[in-house]
Ligand binder design. Structure first.
Ligand code: CMP
Length: 138
């Protein structure tokens, strides 16, 4: 099924100049960039984006990290895009990520883990409009 998913290249990876490398991995796996921009979130914007994690012990540290520098947000589209993106990214904790995945190659630790991808259609429905209007998704 053709799906759309929200992907973020996080501040650690943007800081290491990995934007092109990471987007290429998605494109080479058949995903298409439907929307893309570079932004910097405020702490409050990061808290809103990760609201589902508000009761987790890492919420404050995660939202500090996600607002420390620029990020690239994008909508990727393709067949089974949500699960495909998660496979290309690898496990949240890079110590458990498979060889050849983005997190295995570029993540620093479980928090500074280079990329984010929506984990379900419900998450994508919240996350895509958080950054993009319908007019910006092509
Ligand atoms: P992401 O896929 O963006 O979803 C939530 C984020 O919280 C996750 O990637 C990590 O950056 C972070 N995260 C998840 N679990 C932990 C943890 N145990 N400790 C610190 N950060 C975490």
């Amino acid at each position: 099924m053709i799906e759309k998913t929200l992907v973020i290249i996080k501040p650690d990876a943007v800081g290491k100049n990995l934007i092109g490398e990471i987007i290429a991995r998605f494109e080479k796996n058949g995903l298409r960039v439907a929307a893309l921009k570079k932004i910097k979130m405020s702490k409050e914007e990061a808290k809103g984006f990760y609201i589902v994690h508000k009761d987790r012990p890492f919420y404050d540290s995660l939202t500090d990290f996600m607002s420390e520098g620029p990020i690239v947000v994008m909508v990727l589209e393709g067949d089974d895009a949500i699960s495909k993106v998660r496979k290309i990214m690898g496990a949240t904790n890079p110590a458990q990520a498979e060889e050849g995945t983005i997190r295995k190659d570029f993540a620093e630790n479980i928090e500074r883990n280079a990329v984010h991808g929506s984990d379900s259609p419900q998450s994508a429905q919240y996350e895509i409009p958080y950054f993009f209007s319908t007019l910006e998704i092509l």
